[in-house]
Design a protein around this ligand. Structure first.
Ligand code: FAD
Ligand code: SF4
Ligand code: SF4
Length: 399
């Protein structure tokens, strides 16, 4: 490459770990600013320039149809389903569909490397992004690191490696920045496998959450906010601890989530080709959203390893969401026995399947809308996408 046709970003330099990022306290540590792609940060950062509809069109050929309820909530998609591995991967977050797709893509030669995140050797919750090049490295990245993770920090290594076919696994804010710089990466075929994501925390915030909520914070191996309205903590000895959502210490936990995540409206990872989560599926199953043909190509690789069923929807969410807005705003913490009774009742009669996913999206979008309105009023109009404004407008919000 001659000096005259060098991309402009090669003249930039990533920031040191200790330097403040351009998005300041809203930075979700996606990793872009650790690389020379910081050159594009003003356009690419999810917190400096919200451009989900434009990037949806770039990626899927159209942006979501706000008049169509499934599109409004779950983004552009060809179809959705519930699935689980017939033989789950032990120690995966759910049944390991994400890791399995990544392994198949690598072993069948669709990609040369997989951007994913392992943990540091001395701390199971400290993220360590890598470019995995074999099955063992992908498997070592299984299970959520429930902390902000600089997945894009390895993008410079991708460029240096000369790879032309790449799979990136990541959450919404990472994928928005990735899509914004996609054309500069020198990749001929980029596949993006996303997970939904909400309520993420810094490593210090995670410690506070564990200390406040679990009976044994130091033995927690993983946790998930599940569709049965409980937080499930899995401990080293294999035991599971359930804490009802309604019993969480809201007062203590209000400031535990990262400011980026309290300002985030890309819960469903709108810009991935394929999304694998759980919240639109029955309890114990994973929820798959195929956004485009590339996503279908990825899913096809593992169809024979999955049990599947159509998505379904049951119950009504709106009243529970409206009550939750007020309770959260007043930082109400219920006595544990009341929380348990309420949890059991809501599990019986509450929203299920896609209606549970809508419950969770409504609850998070209303909370986050209020957070941005109160803390960054000057950002509200441009930062909140039109789909989120429409969802929030269904509810009565406190001042
Ligand atoms: P596995 O096979 O265990 O693989 C997990 C993959 O996630 C790995 O490839 C790893 O690289 C990647 N990963 C782990 N931590 C991070 C991270 N911090 N940032 C980026 N990538 C990471 N789903 C919902 O339906 N609703 C939710 O509210 C929800 N919240 C989530 C919050 C976080 C912080 C994360 C990371 C995921 C969340 N998910 C949510 C997705 C869900 O928990 C599972 O990750 C998903 O269903 C895949 O499960 P699996 O068994 O197939 O994954
Ligand atoms: Fe940079 Fe990413 Fe932070 Fe934005 S979120 S400032 S792109 S590291
Ligand atoms: Fe990024 Fe949003 Fe997840 Fe926070 S909640 S880590 S901002 S995708």
């Amino acid at each position: 490459m001659t000096a005259t046709n060098s991309p402009k970003h090669l003249k930039s330099k990533g920031l040191k770990a200790t330097s403040r990022r351009p998005a300041l306290e809203l930075c979700s540590e996606c990793g872009l600013c650790d690389t020379y792609y910081i050159h594009y940060v003003k356009e690419a950062c999810a917190f400096l320039h919200q451009q989900i509809p434009e990037l949806e069109t770039q990626t899927h050929g159209r942006s979501r149809d706000l008049e169509q309820e499934d599109d409004l909530y779950f983004g552009v998609h060809n179809h959705m389903m519930a699935a689980r591995k017939i033989e789950p991967i032990p120690g995966a977050q759910w049944t390991g569909i994400v890791s399995t797709i990544a392994i198949e893509m690598l072993e069948q030669g669709l990609v040369e490397g997989v951007v994913c995140v392992q943990n540091s050797p001395d701390d199971r919750f400290q993220p360590q992004p890598i470019i995995a090049r074999n099955r063992a490295e992908i498997l070592a990245a299984k299970v959520n690191k429930p902390t902000l993770s600089p997945n894009l920090s390895v993008l410079e290594q991708v460029a240096q490696s000369g790879m032309k076919k790449l799979l990136v696994i990541g959450v919404g804010c990472q994928i928005q920045a990735l899509r914004a710089v996609e054309k500069e990466l020198g990749i001929e075929k980029l596949y993006v496998l996303g997970t939904p994501c909400t309520d993420n925390v810094s490593r210090a915030g995670l410690q506070k959450f564990l200390d406040t909520t679990s009976r044994s914070p130091s033995t927690v191996v993983y946790y998930e906010f599940m569709q049965d309205f409980n937080v499930h903590f899995k401990h080293e000895d294999g035991s599971t601890e359930l804490v009802p959502f309604f019993g969480l210490n809201t007062k203590e936990l209000k400031d535990v989530f990262a400011p980026s995540c309290l300002s985030c409206f890309d819960y469903v990872n709108s810009l991935a080709d394929l999304v694998v989560g759980y919240m639109g599926a029955p309890f114990g199953w994973q929820w798959i959203v195929v956004r485009n043909d590339r996503g279908q190509e990825m899913l096809d690789l593992v169809q024979g390893l999955l049990e599947t069923q159509p998505v379904s929807s049951q119950g009504k969410r709106q009243e529970a969401v409206q009550q939750g807005i007020t309770a959260y705003d007043k930082a109400t913490t219920l006595p544990m026995w009341v929380a348990k009774v309420l949890g059991v009742a809501i599990k019986q009669i509450g929203p299920k399947g896609l209606e549970y996913a809508r419950f969770s999206i409504d609850s998070h979008f209303t909370r986050n809308y209020l957070y941005v309105k109160r803390n960054y009023p000057q950002k509200l109009a441009a930062h909140v996408p039109a789909f989120a404004k429409k969802i929030v407008a269904q509810y009565k919000l406190p001042k």
